[in-house]
Design a protein around this ligand. Sequence first.
Ligand SMILES: [Fe+2]
Length: 270
Amino acid sequence: MTATTHAAPGEKTPSQRRVDAFAFDVIGRINQAIVDHDMTYDEYDAVKQWLIRVGEAGEWPLVLDVWFEHTVEELAARSRHGSQGTILGPYYLPDAPELPAQTALPMRSDEPGDRLVLRGQVRSLDGTPLPGATLDMWQAGADGYYSGFHPSTPEGNLRGRVRTGEEGRFEVQTVVPGPYTIPIEGPCGELCRAAGWSPWRPGHLHLIVSAQGHVPLTTQLYFEGEEYLDNDVASAVKPELVLSPAEEPGGSDRRRFSESYDFVLEPARS
Ligand SMILES: [Fe+2]
């Protein structure tokens, strides 16, 4: 241990002790990595400049969500019951329009991509259906771009808050989302190239499922056969979250798929 910032526990608050312990551990492990990898001054300067560029480019949320959030989520999942969750990621926007239980996400009249119908039920842990639950959904289009983050995609495209109907059921028409890379023009892309890492995420639907008196579930749904399921740059894929949609006959210029998926929410602890 070569960190020199650790002070002996004195009259610290519990919060200060926790910050002290975590920060001391992080600093110590980074110092140890510098030793283990025999870092030169040139390499130290390159890392320092990269860290500065991450800040200047506004990519710290990206760094945290891609390379660290999955571990926090896995820790949180250890004490959670009900459906599997995964990371939120950096592309959520609040206040999407409210939509009824049988609906289509807002999309362009000529929205590219194969069509997908996702239907299912939201239930409580004891099996009680949850009418009036909300599925806050957002996704990239078939081109891999999110509305609100790419100039070619109309505002609000493929985003909506679906309210479940009787028996907690829902049926949402959308498109099959395309895979995408994390932004590769900035320092995160630079790191991927320097390290030879894939910058890709497999196509996925994002959801936050919530209902009164229950713990909200943040999750993503993936698609069997996708190229990047096994090397997701964000390490967010779980087997329980991979769909195998059935192809429906009669698709004309576009293929049509449908899938059923139920969400089980854990009651909130009082
Ligand atoms: Fe995403």
